[in-house]
Design a protein around this ligand. Structure first.
Ligand code: SAM
Ligand code: SF4
Length: 493
């Protein structure tokens, strides 16, 4: 199965999303031959967070004497780093396991491990349900991989799904997989303390903890020294980043703050400033911003540094306050609009804004669905990741509300959201025409070697004819045309 087939099997709905592959996709480890005696193949699903985790796994495996491979039939160990966010993501992994089964019939010594959210959600049940699986490893247990591999080498099955309150893998230097050598992702926190009722993440990734800012800055600096020119700081809710030298667990840190007035804290605005100061030539991006936590201080810091990109991923999920309450998002439509107004006031109309939307959440009426469409009309998102609601076992919504919107209705509402987004993406892209954009060159365009591709500060992909520009260089591009997904232009002085 090709990478493209795997992607379309997951849950992706629009051409724009297929191009970006950021929200949900699949990533495969690259071929590396440094003479180590065993090979690991890592296939990662889901969000960027998972792809970053695979880079940590790869680093741990390297130390254990493994090279990576891009061909699972050559691997001694095959890892599937999985996603549980929607049912279809899990189904894709199960289909994939049955394909691996055929290879394992010929090579019974090949070890198969399921990592990540699905491992955490299903625990040892996965060993019973999928006989081919030898190892089940949750997202906080990757340091234990050498021991778990040994257990399997000794003929046993191995499981570690312990969720930590402190683990951030701060000291592990990730091995970049599938990288263009220009942009990299840095994980700044793990877990999530929000309990959005539709979401499985708090159960699969545990409590929120923030990583030591000094290790984040050191990683970003090392990347810059190696020639990288863009870092994206990753977390489920980056704006709630909070760290002190004594405590990195957010819940415990907030209790400490209440008791002691002099706790010295690094917040998200402080962190992006620290990273931005590494060099004006290092672009800083981040994802995801929760509307309840994004502060004017963060927006003002973005405004202060030209190299902090003008782009915010601010998932609304719904435009209706009653539905947002059922989703337990802890903000309403007015609050969300106030945050968008603050972005426009402090950063300006050019700032790129994107969203995640869920169509057909439990009990959503046609009028409430219309509220999502009118919120989209108000914000005019540059881009959105759009899904229909998929009930996940164990979540608050699965326990409390009936999944009562028929699939046909969910799909129709989703299509209306997608159509609206397409209009807005085109409208927003048209505003870029006739302007000069500072573009960081990422490499050749996917369609032609004669074209280069990069992004502007607002995260829009710009394609332009190749000259003597190099990957990792900044160029000024005058945009003259666009589609809903891409801008086209030419280099100017
Ligand atoms: N932490 C991010 C936030 O709160 O915006 C979201 C992380 S989640 C991995 C990515 C997106 O998946 C969510 O924003 C939501 O739109 C979607 N999602 C999560 N659970 C879902 C479900 N049960 N059904 C459909 N979409 C879901
Ligand atoms: Fe899930 Fe909500 Fe946490 Fe995002 S903020 S990961 S949607 S619980």
């Amino acid at each position: 199965m090709s990478k493209q087939e795997l992607i379309s099997d997951i849950d992706i709905l629009t051409e724009e999303q297929q191009q970006s592959e950021e929200a949900c996709g699949v990533q495969v480890s690259e071929e590396e031959n440094t003479g180590k005696n065993r090979k690991v193949y890592i296939e990662s699903y889901g969000c960027q967070m998972n792809f970053s985790d695979s880079e940590i796994v790869s680093s741990i495996m390297k130390r254990e004497g493994f090279d990576t491979t891009s061909d699972f039939s050559k691997a001694d160990v095959v890892f599937l780093n999985t996603c549980s966010i929607r049912e279809k993501a899990e189904q894709t992994v199960r289909n994939r396991l049955s394909q691996f089964n055929k290879v394992k019939e010929d090579r019974p010594e090949m070890m198969i491990g399921v990592l990540g959210c699905m491992a955490e959600r299903l625990k040892d049940k996965l060993l019973e349900e999928e006989k081919i699986v030898d190892m089940v490893v949750g997202p906080d247990a990757y340091r234990d991989l050498p021991t778990l591999i040994k257990q399997v080498d000794d003929g046993n099955k191995a499981v570690n799904v312990f969720l930590s309150k402190e683990e951030t893998y701060a000291d592990i230097s990730p091995v970049r997989l599938d990288s263009n050598g220009v942009s990299a992702f840095i994980s700044i926190m793990r877990g999530c303390d929000n309990m959005c009722s539709f979401c499985v993440v708090p159960f699969t990734r545990g409590r929120e903890r923030s990583r030591d800012p000094h290790s984040i800055v050191a990683e970003a600096k090392e990347l810059f020294d190696k020639g990288y020119r863009e870092v994206t700081l990753l977390g489920q809710n980056v704006d709630s980043y909070k760290w002190s030298s004594e405590e990195n667990n957010k819940g415990r840190l907030e209790r400490k703050e209440k008791k002691e007035s002099d706790v010295s804290i690094v917040n998200f605005a402080n962190l992006i400033e620290m990273v931005a100061k590494i060099s004006p030539d290092l672009r800083v991006r981040f994802s995801t911003s929760h509307p309840k936590d994004i502060t004017d201080e963060v927006l003002e810091t973005m405004n202060k540094y030209e190299n902090i990109c003008n782009y915010i991923h601010l998932p609304a999920q719904s435009g209706n306050s009653r539905v947002l309450k059922l989703m337990n998002r802890t903000y309403d439509r007015e609050w969300y609009i106030d945050r968008v107004d603050a972005i426009r006031r402090i950063i300006g109309d050019d700032c790129g804004i994107s969203s995640d939307m869920i169509a057909g959440f439990c009990t959503e009426t046609e009028e409430e669905h219309q509220d999502t469409l009118t919120l989209m009309d108000y914000v005019k998102y540059d881009f959105s990741y759009m899904f229909f609601y998929s009930e996940r076992p164990g979540t608050l919504a699965a326990k409390k509300y009936e999944d009562d919107i028929p699939l046909k209705v969910k799909k129709r509402r989703l299509q209306e959201i997608i159509d609206k987004q397409r209009e807005h993406s085109l409208e927003r892209n048209k505003k870029a025409i006739g302007k000069v954009h500072k573009v960081l060159v990422e490499g050749t365009s996917k369609r032609s070697d004669e074209q280069l591709q990069g992004r502007n500060s607002e995260n829009k992909v710009i394609i332009f004819p190749r000259g003597n520009q190099e990957k990792g260089q900044y160029v000024n591009v005058l945009v003259h045309d666009c589609t809903p997904a891409t801008l086209f232009g030419e280099v100017v002085e």
